[in-house]
Design a binder for this molecule. Structure first.
Ligand code: SF4
Ligand code: SF4
Length: 318
């Protein structure tokens, strides 16, 4: 599969969360970092924590990592305890979303006093109510990019009635979303690539399982690198190996590169020469075997046809 594609659109508001699918809640105005925003969310708003109920919060690999550190749990324990499976962006790519609890379908981290993991809350909780659309042509880093912001104004959210005015840039800095953008970008791009290809291209079950494992359980992904035949197959320099052995963020970025390569044929991973050679020989041997089988089948059919012809001629001569 090639690395090219028509157009990727990263849409943070759509990709990470949703409460209300009504598109009329999206204000039809393209905004930039200097655009003005009148909005504030604080414990004094009448709707405080309303948006932490009955909502779909997709967790990105970075969200899972930060939550696991906050909760002092392994990433896979966070996934088991607090999430349930979902599909990402109407594709067949498997992911996880926060598992809502109780009659009110509350986020597992919400209390009447607010969010118990606030400083480590997921990306979706930080973006709301500003969505970002990022059109990225061609799928490579130097491709033409157009980014803009838009406001989501849902009737239940009273933060829009608060007097505080700031720019989108100031609001984003306050929410710490720039780091999230950077951490989530390549992963979200994988999902958008899948979405752009649609169902014309098939993704094997093994590829989907690998995507899920790398996205939700980086520590198992680390064992896959260091304890399987991975390093016999791929060239990975010593410096990178040292980094990904210890550093979860480095490992996460490495996993994005590996997934882009194995799922979509993107550059960035090199297969070892001897592995490549043995793979070529394996393919050649398979082709030769198929050719021999086809030839054998042809010979058998020919023999059968000759036999039938001989029988017919013998019958005609009687
Ligand atoms: S993680 Fe925190 S901010 Fe996000 S939905 Fe849950 S309680 Fe609300
Ligand atoms: S103001 Fe909006 S973002 Fe804040 S708690 Fe209310 S609904 Fe949620």
């Amino acid at each position: 599969m090639s690395d090219t594609k028509p157009n990727d659109e990263l849409n943070t508001a759509k990709a990470f969360s949703s409460t209300d699918k009504n598109p009329t809640n999206i204000m039809p105005e393209k905004l930039n970092l200097n655009s003005k925003l009148q909005f504030e969310c604080h414990p004094g708003v009448s709707c405080f924590t309303a948006c932490c109920h009955n909502i779909k919060i997709i967790l990105t690999p970075y969200d899972i990592l930060t939550l696991s550190k906050r909760l002092d749990m392994e990433p896979n324990e966070v996934v088991t305890e607090y999430t349930e499976p979902t599909y990402l962006e109407k594709t067949d790519m498997p992911g996880v979303q926060l598992k809502l609890v109780g009659e009110k379908r509350a986020c597992p981290f919400v209390t009447p006093a607010g969010c118990t993991v606030y400083t480590d809350r997921p990306s979706a909780c930080r973006y709301y109510p500003i969505g970002m659309a990022d059109f990225h042509e061609g799928g490579t880093d130097d491709a033409k990019e157009e980014k803009f912001f838009f406001i989501v104004k849902e009737p239940h959210c009273k933060g829009h009635e608060e007097p505080k005015k700031w720019t989108i840039g100031e609001w984003r800095a306050d929410q710490g979303v720039d780091v999230r953008d950077e951490m989530n970008k390549e992963w979200l791009r994988l999902v958008m690539r899948r979405k752009s290809f649609g169902h014309q291209a098939t993704l094997s079950e093994a590829a989907k399982r690998m995507f899920f494992m790398a996205s939700t359980d980086l520590h198992t992904f680390r064992r896959f690198i260091f304890e399987s035949s991975f390093l016999d197959t791929y060239e990975v320099d010593e410096q990178t190996l040292e980094k990904i052995k210890e550093d979860d963020i480095e490992l996460m970025h490495f996993s994005f590169k590996y997934l882009a390569n194995t799922l979509f044929g993107a550059e960035g991973m090199t297969i070892k020469q001897d592995k490549l050679q043995s793979k070529i020989e394996e393919i050649k041997a398979r082709q030769e075997k198929s050719l021999l089988e086809a030839e054998k089948e042809y010979e058998e059919l020919k023999a059968e046809r000759d036999r039938m012809r001989a029988e017919r001629e013998a019958a005609d001569n009687q």
